[in-house]
Design a protein around this ligand. Sequence first.
Ligand code: TPP
Ligand code: MG
Length: 428
Amino acid sequence: MKSVSPISKKAHKSAPTPAPAKMQQKAAKAIVKNAAPKKVQQKVVKKAAKPAAKSSATSSAVKAKTTKPTASTSTSKAVHQQPQTSSQKNGMKDVSASVSKKFRLEPKLLIKTHDLMIKSRVLEERLIRMYKQSQGYFWLGGPGEEAFQAPLGLLIHKGKGPQFDFMHFHYRAGAPMLAMGMDPIDAMRQMANVATDPFSGGRNFVSHYSRREWNVVPVTSTIETQYLTAIGSGIAQKRAGGKGITIVTGGDAGTAEGDFASCLIWASRPGNELPMLIIVTNNQFGISTPAATQHGEKNVADRGKAFGIRTATINGNDVEESTFALREAMEYVRKERKPFLLEARVSRLYGHSSATGANFIGNEEDPIVTFENQLEASGVMSRKDMDALREKYTAEMLEQSKQVRNEPMPDASTIYDHTYAGQKGKYW
Ligand SMILES: Cc1ncc(C[n+]2csc(CCOP(=O)(O)OP(=O)(O)O)c2C)c(N)n1
Ligand SMILES: [Mg+2]
């Protein structure tokens, strides 16, 4: 942790876009060039996601702007040096023209989802600021995945034990945690590594959530291992019966690891299928490695077909498409007690992590801008209300980050706490 040099406030303000961000833009353009035909990428792959296909078909104008490779070519050219707190300020307002969308979801749910997306984005931007102000050592999180992660969070059956959903998240799951009731200050506590951090007592990276009473298994820094540990709760839930399912999330690059293959094999053993919703959020990068240079398969989800697993590839930048696909996949897993592999194409708006600068990358679709434009054009929400919401969360979270400044770091004597289950304050 000590090797990460904090960026001064001045440098933060005036710093040009760092080289990695520029490289990413170039690489993203290369992907667009080499991308499969637009039609193929926009297609919802499998029967299970039929409603989603319909939903995206409701507005081809919207759809044309909601698939990442297309969006990469159509988004604003503005590249931003630091986190912004308003879609107007960040220059992304005209990214997707205001398109009136005939929503199929209830306005109440649309507004709730929007609220969660904004809360999640404001939190991530606050965490980035904390990092850049030396109030933390490292940042990574989920800005750009909100249109998928927020609906996911709202559909989780929260509770403790096998009758409720078990979550094996990776490090971009702030929105589902907020949906389950996490107070944003707790994420800030982990960012600042203070003792009050409820997930790791100030001992783990930011966005490494865990909560026993909500069945949230600790996020691991080693990528993809969550697909293996998820098998365990999958087996327990298969044996227990009922409606609880195992949900595992991870990125596209990690699927190159054997752990992912093991997950597919264990989840689909004939007669022993597991109730697992296996999710891959595909942002088409593994840190700085473009997916186009690594994946021979057209869709990551296609790999499930070889195991007889139901699959779908969806546009995770579209709130309705995500909601319908998640509903259908979850219902299938809950009822049939069999796995479903869901791949969501998403954006990555601040690069991989602070290791690549944590600066706003202006060449990817911002799903919040897209959604807000649709909400506004369709009369579901006014721009005034949406901006007021952002301002409210921004002010609240600023106060929370100030509070965290005054909280103590963990005492050295706690270094081995929680090393083994049930052991506290002892060496083994
Ligand atoms: C086992 C392991 N190998 C390598 C790394 C270093 N690493 C951290 S994130 C990452 C890329 C992950 O990309 P992806 O799976 O696509 O997820 P994304 O970050 O894009 O959401 C890598 C290689 C790691 N943490 N663990
Ligand atoms: Mg990725």
